[in-house]
Design a protein around this ligand. Structure first.
Ligand code: BTN
Length: 266
C-alpha cells in the first residue's frame, strides 16, 4: 500500500484539473479551513488538501467530524465551477457521485446516499460531505470547498457520540481497504464528472438514483421546526420535496432527516 504523500499521488495521477495542486498534512485543524485559505490565495480550480488527522474536523449543521489518525480519507477540494449560488448543490452532487463510483470500483460495495449527501451502506454512515461557499461576485460563486470524509479502515466503535451508527469500508468488506487506490479512483472519477458538469451537465438525475431517502416516511428537522411526511422527490437544485400529512408539497433546502420510527440522524 502506498503512503499518502503529494509526490506519490501526483506520480500516479492522470487528471485534467482535480489534484492539479495537492497538499497533504499529517495533522491539521480542518482541511476545509486550509482549502479556504488556498482559495483566497488564488489557488487553481481542482486543488486538494488531504489530512491524516484533523483536530477540528467539521461536519454539517455545526457538528464535529471524528476520525482516528490514518483511518480515513479526509479531503477538501477547491472548485471554481462558475455556478450561480442556487446551483451550488451540483458540485456537491458531483463529488458524492464520484465517491460512490470510486467505492464501487475499489470494494464492489454499492453505497447509497441519505439526503442530502451522507454516504451510507446498509443504513449505517460510511461518510459525509460538507460544502462551504466562497463569496458571490456578479451573481456567481467565486469558489466552493467540498470537504469529504470517508470511513475507510476505522473500527466503527472508535467513533464517539455517533447518532447514526457508523460503518467503514473495511468493516463492510471484512478486510483493509487501500486508501491510496481509493483516493486515486475518486480523483479520476471526479475529474471526469467535473469536466462534464462544467460543460453544462447537471448531475441531478444520476445523484437522485442513489438516494435511499425517496419514498420513505420521514421526519425532517429544519431551522424552522420539524415536519413529517413522505420524501417524494428532490428538485434539480437538490432540495428535498416532502408531501406533508395535509397534502402540501414542502421544499427543504437544509435539514436532518429521520426515518419515522427509526432514528437515523447524521
Ligand atoms: C457530514 O456528514 O456532516 C459531513 C462531514 C464532512 C467531513 C469532512 S472531513 C474533510 C473535511 N474537513 C472538515 O473539517 N470536514 C470535511
Amino acid at each position: 500500500m502506498s503512503s499518502l504523500t503529494a509526490q506519490t499521488i501526483l506520480a500516479q495521477l492522470d487528471t485534467e484539473r482535480i489534484g492539479c495542486q495537492i497538499e497533504v498534512y499529517q495533522e491539521i485543524g480542518s482541511t476545509n479551513d486550509r482549502a479556504h485559505e488556498l482559495a483566497r490565495q488564488a489557488a487553481p480550480d481542482g486543488s486538494i488538501v488531504i489530512a491524516e488527522h484533523q483536530t477540528a474536523g467539521r461536519g454539517r449543521l455545526d457538528r464535529r467530524w471524528h476520525a482516528p489518525p490514518g483511518s480515513s480519507l479526509l479531503m477538501s477540494i477547491l472548485l471554481r465551477p462558475n455556478l450561480a449560488p442556487p446551483q451550488a448543490q451540483r458540485a456537491t452532487m458531483t463529488c458524492s457521485l464520484a465517491a460512490i463510483r470510486a467505492i464501487a470500483q475499489r470494494t464492489g460495495l454499492e453505497a447509497t446516499l441519505k439526503w442530502p449527501n451522507d454516504l451510507h451502506f446498509q443504513g449505517k454512515k460510511l461518510g459525509g460531505v460538507l460544502t462551504e461557499l466562497g463569496p458571490i461576485r456578479e451573481e456567481r460563486l467565486t469558489y466552493l470547498i467540498v470537504g469529504m470524509g470517508i470511513n475507510v479502515n476505522l473500527d466503527p466503535d472508535q467513533i464517539p457520540e455517533a447518532m447514526t451508527p457508523p460503518i467503514s469500508l473495511a468493516a463492510a468488506v471484512g478486510q483493509r481497504v487501500d486508501r491510496f487506490e481509493l483516493l486515486l479512483a475518486l480523483l479520476h472519477e471526479l475529474d471526469e464528472l467535473y469536466r462534464t458538469m462544467r460543460a453544462g451537465w447537471s448531475p441531478h438525475e444520476s445523484w437522485r438514483r442513489h438516494l435511499s431517502t425517496l419514498g420513505q416516511a420521514v421526519r425532517v428537522g429544519t431551522r424552522d421546526g420539524v415536519m413529517q411526511g413522505l420524501a417524494e422527490d428532490v428538485d434539480a437544485d437538490g432540495a428535498l420535496l416532502v408531501r406533508t400529512e395535509s397534502g402540501a408539497l414542502k421544499k427543504v433546502l437544509v435539514g436532518d432527516v429521520t426515518l419515522r420510527g427509526q432514528r437515523i440522524e447524521d
